[in-house]
Design a protein around this ligand. Sequence first.
Ligand SMILES: *[C@@H]1O[C@H](CO)[C@@H](O)[C@H](O)[C@H]1NC(C)=O
Ligand SMILES: *[C@@H]1O[C@H](CO)[C@@H](O)[C@H](O)[C@H]1NC(C)=O
Ligand SMILES: *[C@@H]1O[C@H](CO)[C@@H](O)[C@H](O)[C@H]1NC(C)=O
Ligand SMILES: *[C@@H]1O[C@H](CO)[C@@H](O)[C@H](O)[C@H]1NC(C)=O
Ligand SMILES: *[C@@H]1O[C@H](CO)[C@@H](O)[C@H](O)[C@H]1NC(C)=O
Ligand SMILES: CC(=O)N[C@H]1CO[C@H](CO)[C@@H](O)[C@@H]1O
Length: 345
Amino acid sequence: MSSLDKTSATQAESVEKAPRKRGCVGHCAKFWWAYLLLVIVIVVIVVPVVLLVAVPKIAQGKLDDAQLTIQGIIVSRTESNSLDMAINSTITTDGKVHANIDGFTGVMYLEDLEGHVPFASINFPPTTADALQTVNVSQKLEITNMEALTTFNTWLLTKDEVRITTYGETHVHVKGISRKYPVTFKKTITTPGLRGFDGTTVYDTSISLQPDARGNNFKGLTTIPNRSVFTLEIGNATFNNYLLGKLVGTVFIDNIILYPGMNNTFPMRATIEQAPVLGALSQKPYCDETKGVLPFQISGKSVSNFGQSLTYFADALGSHNQTLDIDVGTPVAKLLGSPVKCAAA
Ligand SMILES: *[C@@H]1O[C@H](CO)[C@@H](O)[C@H](O)[C@H]1NC(C)=O
Ligand SMILES: *[C@@H]1O[C@H](CO)[C@@H](O)[C@H](O)[C@H]1NC(C)=O
Ligand SMILES: *[C@@H]1O[C@H](CO)[C@@H](O)[C@H](O)[C@H]1NC(C)=O
Ligand SMILES: *[C@@H]1O[C@H](CO)[C@@H](O)[C@H](O)[C@H]1NC(C)=O
Ligand SMILES: *[C@@H]1O[C@H](CO)[C@@H](O)[C@H](O)[C@H]1NC(C)=O
Ligand SMILES: CC(=O)N[C@H]1CO[C@H](CO)[C@@H](O)[C@@H]1O
């Protein structure tokens, strides 16, 4: 386009503008009611649309983008039909929307289990949409669905990680707007599981030929790793004890409170049949290669905490066999004066 064309175009515009401006006075005066109507329409339709549709959508979007992180969950005062649950968590947002979120009741369920049946229901406190919110809750939980809680505990015990969804309906108040909007709080977190207590060790073992007053003939220490963020008050647990596929006795571990981390060491005692153990010790590879270390397996039998039977832990522990390599050769050799020799084949 030449510069000449541009100039003429500009001129044409300014020529046209002048009469339009003059005409507006008459036009506006004549059609004032149309403009008023337009304003009313904007007020009556557009503002509510913004308030009813856009703001809640933004608020819901911000809530959806928020990150929930769990620092710790403590399950304590465990009873047959109730327990205390405390959760330390944080919610992080971009902090751009100034809003308050009402307290609400949220249910928790396993994201990867069909049906999404809640195993717990938690009352969350009111929060703000600040960039970083600490949300710590602590409350007594009546167990309303034993099966769902047992399944949750089983997954937590056996899996590498579990996905937990927290879901609730609540309201959000946006600063400067008096009405409140319904929003859905739905967050799925991935948290480490206990991996079947993989890495549990038993050491400082001793054996007696005569059982003690409680019928125990085996004692030791056990260290149980807890890879999860859960602290679990389990109480007194008993386990079926298997050796080479046969039930050979019962293992007792008392007063179990499992904290996150490596340092969960408990005294362990057991009542074990002597004949199958001595028989195994005289078999290869236990009489030579493993030097008397036997591959026991244990699975949960019962759990009781201050007299209350806790099936939601017992059944979870019973769903799984944990292999424990235990040095029985050393205490038996001490007792007998010499290691058990390999039996002639
Ligand atoms: C939450 O944090 C406080 C302070 O660090 C701590 O005492 C409490 O045990 C924690 N609770 C949970 C559930 O992790
Ligand atoms: C909440 O939990 C965090 C740890 O997640 C802790 O630092 C804080 O002290 C706790 N606050 C209260 C009031 O327990
Ligand atoms: C654990 O192993 C024993 C012996 O092999 C078996 O009888 C039992 O059914 C197993 N338990 C589970 C839960 O797999
Ligand atoms: C765990 O226990 C070991 C041995 O008792 C100790 O050296 C270590 O400091 C403990 N770690 C923690 C985090 O308590
Ligand atoms: C565990 O059992 C012993 C008795 O064997 C009892 O004194 C103790 O109170 C029990 N502990 C729990 C947590 O139930
Ligand atoms: C042995 C093990 O995996 N320990 C973990 C137990 O849980 C804490 C906290 O979740 C982890 O930091 C440890 O590594």
